[in-house]
Design a binder for this molecule. Structure first.
Ligand SMILES: [Zn+2]
Length: 372
């Protein structure tokens, strides 16, 4: 069924506000009742909508209106979060309810990416995706790198920019939409969908540092997709050499790899993960304390710069340290309050690694709702 503009608007309103009656829809959309009724009927006929429990009767005991909601099982949406050292996926319905989730820790490269994605797809096809009904609407893939025009243009942490796995997936999954999105942008979309702030930043800290920005309810991607690359803003003039060619980039001071490498330069004992670092910190290890203090200090500079440029209402931080070091955010804010005061909320994301995954699935759902 080809949907018209009114039908798209109805789906969009009901996606954001389930359980509205035809009268409510007419009021919200400012479209006359008979047009709403005709279009709702068509959406009901094609299983896009469901009539749900009746609403409250009018005070005068009038007829109870019938409410409407999306038929959440109309389509399925698959998302992948593909990082340098893991691949995770989730299959959800239109309401982002997870039907199946999986995570595999493995080193990802152009050699194995097609196999890893296809392995998941084949499993899901057998169990959850009825080919006849063409229930799978989209496969959204979040990539730790730059995405522009639905293409991978640059992946500094792995060589997926040299892989043809996307074109193979497209060829082999005819009728399924394939979307690519930057991992930090996906996380920002997730926070935006669930937290309802108009202006936010979502900072993902792993091997590198990524940041997704939503301003006035719009994801900001910037020229050729490079907005939010805060990992490469300079926080220390003439500081540590970065892989981008500059000196003193933020991610040379606050990424997981930066913390590990700093610890290893000041300690005889060597570590290979932020998990090790956190454990030593909790045991009172001097070098670990020093490393965390340094991280917190530079985080405050990075966050301060970000606030000054985009003025978000809230910043969500998604990092292992934020989850595992007591008072991590409070300590960052304390550094900032010494010189700057601003009413921006800084919070640990409640989704952890799933914000990227849910956000990239939501990206596909948005395309379905908006009929794009
Ligand atoms: Zn850099």
């Amino acid at each position: 069924m080809k949907r018209n503009k009114t039908q798209n608007k109805i789906l969009k309103v009901l996606f954001e506000n389930p359980n509205l009656s035809r009268v409510d829809l007419s009021n919200v959309l400012n479209i006359n009742k008979s047009t709403i009724s005709t279009n709702v009927q068509r959406l009901l006929d094609f299983n896009f909508l469901k009539e749900t429990s009746k609403g409250n009767s009018t005070p005068k005991g009038g007829k109870k209106p019938i409410n409407l909601m999306l038929n959440y099982d109309k389509k399925l949406f698959l998302g992948f979060d593909i990082s340098k050292n893991y691949i995770s996926y989730a299959l959800t319905n239109l309401n982002l309810n997870i039907i199946k989730y999986g995570l595999k820790e493995t080193s990802i490269s152009k050699e194995n990416i097609y196999y890893e994605v296809n392995r998941v797809l084949n499993n899901l096809k057998n169990y959850y995706i009825d080919k006849k009904e063409n229930k799978l609407f989209s496969i959204s893939i979040s990539i730790h790198g730059i995405i522009f025009n639905n293409k991978i243009t640059f992946t500094p942490n792995y060589d997926l920019d040299k892989s043809d796995f996307i074109s193979r997936l497209k060829r082999e999954n005819d009728g399924v939409n394939i979307y690519l999105i930057n991992e930090a942008n996906a996380a920002a979309l997730c926070e935006h969908h669930f937290n309802k702030y108009k202006n936010l930043a979502s900072i993902n800290i792993r091997t590198g540092i990524g940041c997704g920005l939503v301003i006035n309810d719009k994801l900001i991607e910037g020229f050729e997709g490079y907005a939010g690359e805060i990992g490469h803003m300079i926080v220390v003039p003439n500081g540590k050499l970065c892989r981008c060619g500059n000196n003193g980039c933020f991610e040379q001071y606050c990424s997981e790899s930066a913390d590990i490498s700093y610890f290893n330069t000041i300690s005889k004992e060597k570590i290979s993960s932020v998990q090790d670092l956190t454990a030593l910190y909790k045991n009172g290890n001097y070098a670990a304390i020093e490393t965390i203090n340094r991280n917190i200090f530079y985080m405050s500079i990075g966050i301060n710069n970000l606030i000054k440029i985009i003025a978000p209402e809230i910043i969500f931080i998604n990092s292992y340290l934020a989850y595992n070091i007591d008072n991590y955010i409070e300590r960052i804010l304390k550094h900032m309050n010494e010189s700057f005061k601003q009413n921006v909320i800084v919070e640990v994301s409640t989704f952890y690694k799933r914000s990227t995954l849910l956000g990239c699935i939501y990206y596909g759902i948005k395309k379905f709702i908006e009929n794009k």
